[in-house]
Design a protein around this ligand. Sequence first.
Ligand SMILES: Nc1ncnc2c1ncn2[C@@H]1O[C@H](COP(=O)(O)OP(=O)(O)O)[C@@H](O)[C@H]1O
Ligand SMILES: [Mg+2]
Length: 257
Amino acid sequence: MYSMNDKSALKQLIDTDEFSNKLNLDRKTYGLVFDKRTLNSIYYIIKKFNIDFVDFPISSGKESLVFKVIDKKKKAYALKIYKISTLKFSNTFEYIRGDYRFDKERINRSNIVYIWAQKEFTNLDDMRKAKVKSPFPYGYYKNVLLMSYIGTKNEPSPQIKYIDTDFELLYKKLKINLKNMYKKAGLVHADLSEYNILYYRKNPYIIDVGQSVSVKHPRANEFIRRDIKNITTFFLKKNVKCSEDDLYKYLNGDKDD
Ligand SMILES: Nc1ncnc2c1ncn2[C@@H]1O[C@H](COP(=O)(O)OP(=O)(O)O)[C@@H](O)[C@H]1O
Ligand SMILES: [Mg+2]
């Protein structure tokens, strides 16, 4: 637990060995993540939302870090930080280009990481309105996003990859969420897999939607096909009766099952 009252506390937190050890960060990554601009963005968010302390790190991936943080009223959030220097421009641009919601002209190498957080925020907001179970987006600033924390006091919810449950039932619930995401929110996840779905209170929660695109994106159909393939492969392994074609038809059809 580290108090977040001032900038130096934040800096201290980040400089502790405990912090970098827990995250398994090597020196190079560490420098990439916590550059001055990122520190300032984190600082902006913790001030604006009265964040009191960082509870624990949740995840350290190639392109982002996620922490559980707590505000002054003891409410928990997940703080996601996009690594500024490791996001590849060409990869990223594919998902933004062709998305009419974002202003393409103003995107360049140095500000694209900021678009990413904005995109994830907007997508989560659209999903929430479409009743898709997903983290509630509270705010973002530059490359930092604050959303609701999915999990218990001591443990973030597991990815469905790592659970044992009634997968038949889980698949049914997931289908409904995916249809709402696709038809109501008008979004294709574009990186859907058993790693980007959390299991919380017996429900699937869809996360990691920075790269998700509008169904009007020129490559939307290719992306939805890929998502469907990943999901079907996973659930077939769990002995759920399903197929790519059935799921595709379900998502595109008017029927509810
Ligand atoms: N709101 C959240 N609540 C709890 N855990 C989360 C939340 N968002 C992300 N995580 C955890 O952090 C991991 C990484 O987040 P994710 O958004 O998938 O980013 P990426 O995979 O691009 O690094 C997730 O797999 C999940 O375990
Ligand atoms: Mg992920």
